[in-house]
Design a protein around this ligand. Sequence first.
Ligand SMILES: [Zn+2]
Ligand SMILES: [Zn+2]
Length: 159
Amino acid sequence: MFKNLRDTIKDLNADVKNVANCEKAKKLRKKLLGIGLTLAIVGMLGLITCFAMIFVTAINMQFNSVIFIPMIFFFPSGVLFALGAYISSLGFQIMATGYTTNLIDETVGNVCPNCKESLNQTDLFCKKCGTKVRKECSSCGNINDFKSKFCSKCGNKLD
Ligand SMILES: [Zn+2]
Ligand SMILES: [Zn+2]
């Protein structure tokens, strides 16, 4: 299961400029962080409870059967915490990728300047808010970035 997950993340990281990948990465990241952080918190609480119980028992010097409860729960809590931490770390790997992707998109103009929706290279208008995101050259028809003042292909002045 984790091998597949790691491969999926590797694939997603390998093609960060792909809009569909970016969407997929966002969804997977949300899922991984949701599951991972929940498990880690539950495991952590379990560990803290076990420590507290052992501590209290040790102070009171009452080494009766109660001491077995934290001892039994200590190991599964630890496993739960480790598992949660690992799943979260996978989620955070995607988070870093998603962040980088957005930065790249913003730099090369693949994100709507108005609403930040991801765009395809050929989109003239944002499909979400309708903002004009590219300038089509009136002379040669070349599609230019919305920040361009002149056509990158023929040098014609864009308005
Ligand atoms: Zn937009
Ligand atoms: Zn042109």
